[in-house]
Design a protein around this ligand. Structure first.
Ligand SMILES: [Zn+2]
Length: 421
């Protein structure tokens, strides 16, 4: 059987709008969204009034920063404030198609519009094509993922096996008997399936027919990706989104980061102030999906990333999110500076003598102190390490060298032991 070309092609004309056309498009969408939401969402009206934000003064994309960000955590409380999910919805619950429940607990409404979650272009970019037989291993029960990923597959002309999670043996049996070409699920479960299949004596390239995998929900390394791709002889690409807004970004064949979807306006902001940061700077992903039913304007996702506008070989002009570098809540602000685990890791990985590391933050007498523990035998480059650390992280820690194996097996990269009265 000849394989489909999964590397070329673009689903929607909007993916190739140039920078100024895109800004124009986003501006029109946002203007419409803001005035509609102000009119029909009680919560949006309250928020705008409190911030003294006037919809008719919204003239440029940069005016959006005058609306305070909406932290995802706040949704739990806001949704309990009355009918229409506390006034966050612009219509009654009975007019929707479905309502899901995610951990939080947070309700996730789904309207009846086509491609409501907006994943179709992303699935195409990841390599799904008409005629695929796709196995969805996400949960179909209460949480949105399972059903959310059905619609893009239907739109692209693929068949779906709503397998749900678990039952690895029957998952493999289905994959084999139905000659499944596509996988949708977490990357770790795909690797688990591969390992199980190998244990059962299957030849993944001959006995299974997997050509494309869409993964999301977890971080994975490039090493793991190439391992999975090699085992199955398939393409594995990831999407990024949330259960509140649906698709935010997706990878293309070229793996250059997450192309930002055209259905949303995405900013990278300072996690405390909500002020947009410059391209390339790491900050919180703040998303405004063009969704009039559930207008979560400037939703701060809690995920950290940065924006890359360099051209991509796929021909899409959309800006991209770099990788998701961490979560706001695992990031410590020490002496006023944000310290991100991935930045520390970048410094540490240049010293091969360092096996493991941990930062411990305390504040005796109200002043932040930072200790950097490293596991290394015979470490001689203290001064050099402290110098690099200070250059990259802008702080000088107290360095403590430990014998390998001294740190507990499970540690947080940044352990915040500060006490606040
Ligand atoms: Zn691309």
């Amino acid at each position: 059987m000849t394989r489909k070309d999964r590397t070329e092609g673009i689903y929607s004309r909007r993916e190739v709008l140039d920078g100024s056309e895109r800004n124009q498009y986003s501006l029109i969408q946002l203007k419409e969204l803001l005035s509609y939401a102000y009119r029909y969402s009680e919560d949006v009206k309250k928020r705008f009034d409190r911030a003294q934000f006037h919809v008719d003064k919204f003239k440029n994309l940069s005016d959006l920063k005058h609306i305070p960000i909406l932290k995802k955590k706040e949704l739990i409380f806001l949704q309990s404030m009355g009918p229409r999910l506390g006034g966050l919805l612009t219509k009654d619950l009975g007019e929707l198609r479905r309502v899901f429940l995610s951990p939080g607990p947070i309700f996730d409404p789904e309207d009846r519009a086509d491609d409501y979650w907006g994943w179709t272009e992303g699935f195409y970019a990841c390599g799904f094509r008409s005629g695929d037989v796709a196995q969805i291993t996400f949960n179909y029960h209460l949480a949105p993922a399972g059903l959310m990923f059905e619609e893009p597959l239907k739109n692209l002309g693929c068949a779906v096996i709503p397998a749900g999670p678990g039952n690895t043996n029957s998952q493999l049996d289905i994959m084999q008997k139905l000659r499944v070409t596509g996988y949708i699920g977490t990357p770790s479960y795909l690797l688990h399936l591969a390992q199980k299949a190998e244990e059962m004596g299957l030849n993944l390239r001959k006995d299974l027919f997997m050509e494309v995998a869409f993964v999301t929900g977890e971080k994975f390394s490039e090493k793991m990706r190439s391992q999975v791709e090699k085992k199955f002889d398939c393409i594995m690409r990831q999407g990024y989104g949330t259960a509140d807004v649906g698709c935010i970004g997706y990878e293309c064949f070229h793996k250059t980061g997450l192309h930002i979807s055209n259905r949303a306006f995405v900013e990278i902001c300072h996690p405390d102030t909500g002020i947009p940061l410059k391209d390339g700077e790491v900050g919180e992903i703040v998303v405004t999906a063009f969704n009039k039913t559930y207008p979560l304007i400037r939703l701060a996702t809690g995920d950290l990333s940065y924006i890359d506008r360099a051209p991509c070989a796929c021909g899409r002009f959309t800006p991209r999110l770099g990788t998701i570098v961490g979560r706001v809540d695992t990031t410590a602000r020490i002496k006023g500076m944000f310290v991100y685990p991935h930045q520390v890791e970048q410094v540490m990985s240049t010293y091969e003598e360092i096996k493991r590391w941990q930062i411990v933050v305390t504040n005796p007498e109200g002043i932040d102190e930072m200790e950097l523990y490293i596991e290394a035998s015979n470490f001689k480059r203290q001064d050099e390490l402290l110098h690099t650390f200070r250059e990259k992280i802008k702080l000088r820690p107290e360095l403590k060298i430990l014998a390998p194996g001294s740190l507990p097996p499970q540690i947080r990269p940044i352990e915040d032991k500060r006490k606040w009265d």
